[in-house]
Design a binder for this molecule. Structure first.
Ligand code: DGL
Length: 296
């Protein structure tokens, strides 16, 4: 049974999902959140679908055991490869990044030429490409044609974590990765990875006049819609000095709070280290069907 005053669970492969948490907290300032970063096993973006699905199930299991009322899969790599696994495993609504961002991009674009950037596992899954094509037939858009350009940008994650977005090496890398976007004249780009909003200036300098879609913003809107429709918005008014979020990580990250403060822009308490038990008995589903659209 869902209870209005239960927290919302958010998980990511590491600290990048804090860019999503930031939007969730802004949209729902009275909700409490549990944030789980699987820092022991990050990055997910270069792992196999089977491994990502197993890790995703374990992260969701951790949050379910903590009695959350909604799970937000902040990690794009998990959203692209394992959202159905998390939905099947959870007895509460699950929001991923793909459907909200794809719908947002279709509404923002004027010419129907949309770009997607993400990790190798996200781009290789075709989840964004498929979602854009499906929603293009369902949602009224200002354009009759759709052209999708996808590019994996694995070097962007370490650049963001190093805080190198103003470094000239970052500019060169961005120019190389984003060439196909310029060639295909995209007018809208989905930043399909938790870390990319931290590279906003770099991306907008490389692609001037292109609208950048921040997945967290669109996922936060959908999350609030789901809680509102099911009458599960909290009734508590939290004083601003009360910490709204409990942070959990799977490996000690000595500078977690420092990086987290850079990501979020406010003070973050020390996270608790937790162990997510590997559960070899859990079968890894290979029946990959997209149920992302359930909460789209
Ligand atoms: N959180 C991942 C994502 O959004 C990026 C980092 C990783 O590769 O695990 O795709």
């Amino acid at each position: 049974m869902m209870n209005k005053n239960q927290p919302i669970g958010v998980f990511d492969s590491g600290i990048g999902g804090l860019t999503v948490l930031k939007h969730l907290r802004k949209m729902m300032p009275n909700e409490r959140f549990l944030y789980l970063g699987d820092t022991a096993r990050v990055p997910y973006g270069n792992k196999s679908k089977e491994t990502i699905r197993l890790y995703a199930q374990q992260c969701a299991g951790f949050l379910m055991a903590k009695n959350v009322k909604l799970i937000v899969v902040a990690c794009n790599t998990v959203s692209a490869n394992a959202l159905d696994e998390v939905q099947d495993f959870s007895s509460v609504p699950v929001v991923g990044m793909i459907a909200p961002a794809a719908r947002g991009a279709l509404q923002e674009s004027s010419n129907g030429r949309i770009g997607i950037i993400g990790t190798r596992a996200t781009i290789g899954s075709n989840a964004y490409q498929d979602a854009l094509r499906i929603f293009h037939t369902m949602v009224p858009t200002p354009h009759s044609q759709l052209h999708v350009t996808a590019q994996s940008c694995p070097l962007f994650v370490p650049l963001a974590e190093e805080g190198w977005q103003h470094h000239q090496a970052a500019a060169l890398i961005a120019q190389e990765y984003l060439k196909p976007m310029i060639h295909d004249k995209v007018d809208t780009l989905i930043m399909g990875c938790t870390h990319y909003p931290l590279l906003h200036n770099l991306l907008s300098t490389t692609l001037p006049n292109v609208t950048l879609i921040d997945c967290g913003e669109y996922a936060a809107k959908i999350s609030l819609e789901i809680l509102t429709q099911s009458n599960n918005v909290t009734t508590t008014i939290l004083p601003t000095h009360i910490e709204h979020t409990e942070y959990f990580i799977t490996d000690t990250t000595p500078n977690f709070s420092v990086i987290a403060e850079e990501f979020l822009g406010y003070h973050v308490p020390q996270p608790q280290r937790v162990i997510i038990e590997p559960n070899d008995a859990l079968p890894i589903s290979t029946d990959i069907h997209s149920s992302e659209f359930r909460y789209g």
